[in-house]
Design a binder for this molecule. Structure first.
Ligand SMILES: *Cc1c(COP(=O)(O)O)cnc(C)c1O
Length: 409
């Protein structure tokens, strides 16, 4: 009898995006003419083509695979030295991070989920609310939670509410936790964390021997020079943090797949006897056993992001998306709505008009404007009363969305 992992049965049946899909299909079936005008500002996927520098590097790498002399089979599980060294030099200059502290992967979604392999049961896990659902569901799968209540909150997790009062950066908890997921700039709220806020989290983590799992997938969207792009800009973070980064949102790699985890060599966790164990060596061991490395052409493409042409092309992409965010922010403000995010992140987080909840706003936008947004409540109970508009779109679509918003309320 093949027994399954019972923890999977606690998962809520992937509620958010399937439900959006269901409502959009139902609308499309009933209103085929209007539905032809549908504009999707829902899912956080990039829309603009892959930078030329990346495509050139990937093509050359594929051609190299066509000759015995330059053919490459399995690469190092932790990533090719050329990419690890480039990341250390270009993304972490002056932050005290070395190439061997960088682990190249096939993306941050896997990394944030896989990281739980090396942490034991019994950790108190703190997760922001609203949140990127991967952190919650992977903790459920591995058995770090009890059952969900009627609001979808899992027993055993410490939820850190993010709201307009705290500007969507959670207060330091009164209780002691062991692992803390933070994501700034944030998906879904578009908020960024200040240096002082991150300093407070680092101080808390060090005091409690906790580890911060810092998701910096959106660091490239930071416009304000005062806003930290990396947790390692904060003094002391090398003793208490892991950072996840991805080429998905800056380089348009959502379909190419490449990211990395940064784990300082001095970072430790604790064994059953309270002895210190290197997190870096556990992750390296895990990677060698369960992963055979990101593909060579993909790593070559990722390296090209840091070339002079690559940097200029990525800067143009960021400028494009942030220009969209600015237009969307203004359109929502013009409607008299309270608008957050969209300044250092490609997501605009908007308070629903009086008397309309998140799904009510979703339906209204779909039916009256043929625009698909994401209801805030889908990211956690504290997201109720908000909706998210993604700036990942063509300028033409964004301008049309803004026109339709004007006519909406
Ligand atoms: C898009 C995104 C990522 C990146 O995921 P990949 O697997 O690298 O594509 C990571 N974290 C958050 C919060 C994201 O929104």
């Amino acid at each position: 009898m093949a027994r399954i992992n019972d923890h999977f049965l606690k998962l809520k049946a992937g509620y958010l995006f399937p439900e959006i899909g269901r409502r959009v299909s139902a609308y499309t079936e009933a209103n085929s003419e209007k539905a032809a005008k549908l504009i999707r500002c829902g899912i956080g996927d990039v829309t603009e083509p892959l930078p030329q520098a990346v495509r050139d590097a990937m093509k050359a790498a594929v051609d190299a695979q066509g000759h015995r002399e330059t053919f490459k089979g399995y690469g190092p599980e932790q990533g090719y030295a050329f990419l690890r060294e480039t990341v250390a030099k270009e993304a972490y200059a002056d932050l005290g991070i070395t190439a061997d502290e960088i682990f190249i992967s096939d993306g941050s979604k896997c990394d944030t989920g896989n990281m739980l392999d090396i942490f034991g049961p019994g950790n108190k896990i703190a997760i922001t609310d609203p949140v990127y659902p991967v952190y919650v569901d992977t903790n459920v799968m591995i058995g770090n939670t009890g059952e969900a209540d009627e609001n979808g909150a899992y027993e055993g997790l410490v939820y850190l509410p993010c709201n307009k009062e705290n500007q969507f950066v959670p207060a330091i908890p009164e209780e002691k936790v062991d692992l803390i997921y933070l994501c700034y700039p944030n998906n879904p709220t578009g908020a960024s964390a200040t240096r002082a806020q991150l300093e407070a989290w680092v101080a808390y983590a060090r005091k409690n021997k906790a580890i911060i799992l810092y998701d910096a997938a959106y660091e490239a969207f930071v416009q304000d020079p005062e806003v930290p792009r990396s947790i390692f800009e904060i003094e002391g973070a090398h003793d208490c943090a892991v950072e996840f980064r991805s080429f998905s949102k800056n380089g348009g790699f959502t379909g190419i797949r490449c990211g990395y985890v940064v784990i300082p060599k001095g970072l430790v966790g604790y064994d059953a006897q309270g002895g210190e164990v290197s997190i870096h060596s556990l992750w390296s061991r895990r990677t060698s056993t369960k992963f055979n490395g990101a593909s060579y052409p993909v790593q070559k493409g990722a390296e090209a992001i840091f070339s002079p042409e690559g940097k200029a092309q990525v800067a143009a992409l960021i400028e494009h998306y942030m220009g969209n965010a600015k237009l969307l922010r203004q359109a929502c403000k013009d409607l008299g709505l309270a608008v957050f995010g969209g300044v250092n992140a490609p997501y605009v987080w908007v308070e629903c008009p009086e008397g309309i909840d998140s799904w009510g706003m979703f339906d209204k936008m779909l039916e009256e404007a043929q625009v698909v947004i994401t209801p805030g409540s889908g990211f956690g109970a504290a997201g109720e009363g908000y909706f998210r508009i993604s700036a990942f779109n063509s300028r033409e679509n964004v301008e049309e969305v803004c026109r339709r918003l004007k006519a909406l309320l």
